[in-house]
Structures are given as structure tokens and as C-alpha cells.
Design a protein. Structure first.
Length: 149
């Protein structure tokens, strides 16, 4: 095959692997191959032959894979220590800042940390203002809570 064609094949492969990695967030499986294809692209554009491009691809992909797999395993095993999204609030405590209205058209609110959330008790009983609560789960924009003794 024409050496000029390999330049563009490697460039396309690098782009495909990187875009695939972005689509598969967190896996770090395609990224090493993207790094290897980038190295092969550089070798091909430098004017080296097809064999050297393949050697660069295999060697750099193997090294990148060996370097990234331990990090990927740590991330899978440990999860996210900080917590992401509303689920980070489960188990947190807060204080009811307003009660729901008697007609049931407006939910009460609770202050959890620095955030205010609509609140609903897990047993459906209205919570008076000032009640300390613990978040059981988040349902959309509502915090479902239990009163804390």
C-alpha cells in the first residue's frame, strides 16, 4: 500500500480510538490504542515505512495500556470518593426550613449543607419547621427524608 495512504489511515484510526474512548467514559480501554495510533501517525508522517509505523503502534499501545490499566482499576474499585450529583446527599443531615401547605400544592423545603431542596418525609407525614432530618434518597428535585431523633 502507498505510504501516503498509511499516514491518513493512522490519523483516522487515532481519531476513531480517541472518540470511542470519549463515548465509553471511564473505561480507558480505547485510549491506549489512540495513543499508539498517534505515535504511528507521527512515524508515518516522518517518512518511515509501514513496518516502523506498526511497530510504533504496538509498542506505544502496549506501554500506554500498561500505564493506564492500574489507574482504571483503581477508579473502578474505589468509586468516586467525593460523590457526584444529587446522590452525594444521601445520608446527609439537614433542617426543615419551611412546611408544606395544608392543601398539598406546595412541598416544604430543607437546608442540606448550603443547598435548599424540596422535602418530603419517607412516611408522608408533614415535617414542622426546624425538624432535623436525614436524607434517605433523592427523587428528581425532592429530598426524601426521615426525622432525626
Amino acid at each position: 500500500m502507498d505510504p501516503e495512504a498509511w499516514r491518513w489511515i493512522w490519523l483516522g484510526a487515532a481519531a476513531l480510538f480517541v472518540v470511542g474512548e470519549i463515548a465509553m467514559t471511564g473505561a480507558f480501554f480505547l485510549l491506549p490504542f489512540g495513543v499508539g495510533a498517534t505515535a504511528a501517525t507521527i512515524v508515518a508522517f516522518a517518512g518511515a515505512g509501514e513496518v516502523w509505523s506498526w511497530l510504533a503502534f504496538v509498542a506505544v499501545s502496549t506501554a500506554a495500556f500498561a500505564g493506564l490499566r492500574p489507574m482504571a482499576r483503581r477508579m473502578e474499585r474505589g468509586g468516586n470518593p467525593v460523590g457526584v450529583g444529587a446522590d452525594r446527599l444521601v445520608g446527609e443531615t439537614g433542617v426543615v426550613t419551611s412546611e408544606p401547605d395544608t392543601a398539598g400544592t406546595r412541598l416544604g423545603t430543607v437546608r442540606i449543607g448550603r443547598e435548599n431542596w424540596h422535602v418530603e418525609s419517607s412516611d408522608g407525614v408533614p415535617l414542622p419547621t426546624g425538624t432535623p432530618v436525614q436524607v434517605v434518597r433523592i427523587e428528581g428535585t425532592r429530598a426524601v427524608v426521615n426525622p432525626v431523633d
